[in-house]
Design a protein around this ligand. Structure first.
Ligand code: SF4
Ligand code: SF4
Length: 360
């Protein structure tokens, strides 16, 4: 029964997806984020296609399920188990990259702007005294690149292998797959699609994420024809300004503009915003009539995905749990700290419910 909730949300236009990050691999942080947003009523959690990350997210979903009868953490009368999604790419993509630099080349008087600007605090000094990028935390936002006065920061990109990911669909209970593509990558998309298509019946949902570019609508129609007939629901994720929602109010405009463009084209499938979404997105969408629970409106988005912003509002909790774990010399879990879990839930809830409850 609970599996139908996410689909109902899509149809009702209030689908909420948490993006943990296609290359974010900080397991304790992922576990905390997934647990808080699952309890708050998220419909989907989107994680890196990495077995350890998937396992951490699945564990958090199981904990959320166990807590469903605990009055303290009840947001809805019944627990809504979110779908677990993994992200793949058909080529180079900022979501699938890691930053690196050789600290030996950093001048000793550098004031380290790279360290300050990094949202997940991936640029750190380790206990062993070395300074650099902690790979598991880096999610490829690229903000450290232009701030380095010596142009020392580089990135390495990677492509997730469908061969390695496909067995995980069944083994690890993955509900949905998202393909990140870009205009002009029809051949690469086709190759990836040919690997996934035989497994599509094991999934509940397919999402295709694409940023804006000249020829976008023709490209999305081309993809639609390639994947049709599709036996499961399809989401077009309009990736406005990737990984930017925590920067400020303005980033939401790019996300909305792109969603409007795709909605206008009326390509079959649900349209869901991403890339620049934050606390201003819902009110802006309501103001211009793009968010509605009315299924009669064709020009309305079906939901919103939150990435950088959803993570940034919970970062004080993630940090507090991390510091406590260091003090106790033991990895503490959010559910073992009821006060902290309650705080995390309230923060996550304010974002989720602003979308789910129209008059909030
Ligand atoms: S600023 Fe972004 S790209 Fe640079 S290390 Fe941090 S997360 Fe990675
Ligand atoms: S800003 Fe550049 S030079 Fe300075 S510490 Fe960071 S990587 Fe090194």
């Amino acid at each position: 029964m609970s599996a139908s909730y996410p689909l109902q949300s899509l149809k009702a236009g209030n689908w909420f997806k948490l993006i943990c990050g296609a290359s974010f691999q900080d397991l304790p942080a992922i576990r905390t984020l997934v647990l808080a947003y699952a309890l708050a009523g998220a419909d989907c959690v989107d994680v890196a296609a990495d077995p350890a990350v998937i396992a951490a997210a699945r564990e958090a979903l199981n904990i959320a399920k166990k807590l469903e009868n605990d009055q303290r953490y009840q947001v809805f009368s019944r627990q809504r188990t979110p779908w677990l999604m993994v992200s793949l790419n058909d080529g180079e993509d900022p979501h699938f990259r890691k930053a690196y630099f050789d600290a030996q080349h950093c001048p000793s008087d550098c004031f380290r702007p790279c360290e300050t600007i990094c949202p997940p605090r991936a640029i750190v000094e380790t206990k062993q005294g070395s300074f650099g990028v902690l790979e598991s935390r880096c999610y490829g936002c690229g903000r450290c690149i232009p701030v380095c006065p010596y142009q020392l920061v580089k990135t390495h990109s990677y492509v997730v292998s469908p061969k390695e990911m496909i067995p995980l669909i069944r083994e690890m209970g993955i509900d949905a797959v998202e393909i990140h593509t870009q205009v002009g990558r029809g051949n690469q998309f086709k190759q990836l699609w040919q690997a996934i298509a035989p497994w599509i019946g094991h999934l509940k949902l397919l999402a295709i994420s694409c940023p804006d570019a000249c020829g976008l609508i023709d490209y999305l129609y081309y993809l639609y024809e390639m994947i049709s007939p599709l036996p499961i629901p399809l989401i077009w994720q309009t990736d406005g300004r990737p990984m930017s929602g925590d920067i400020g109010k303005g980033t939401t405009h790019a996300a909305i503009k792109l969603a409007q463009k795709v909605l206008k084209a009326q390509i079959p499938g649900f349209v869901q915003l991403a890339g620049g979404t934050n606390h201003h997105t819902v009110s802006k969408l309501r103001e211009i009539g793009l968010l509605t629970s009315s299924m009669s409106s064709k020009l309305a988005v079906s939901g919103i995905a939150y990435g950088s912003y959803a993570r940034s509002v919970l970062s004080p909790i993630v940090r507090q749990l991390e510091n406590q774990s260091i003090n106790f010399n033991l990895q503490l879990a959010l559910e073992d700290q009821p006060n902290l879990l309650f705080k995390a839930l309230k923060i996550a809830e304010s974002l989720v419910l602003s979308l789910k409850i129209p008059d909030l």
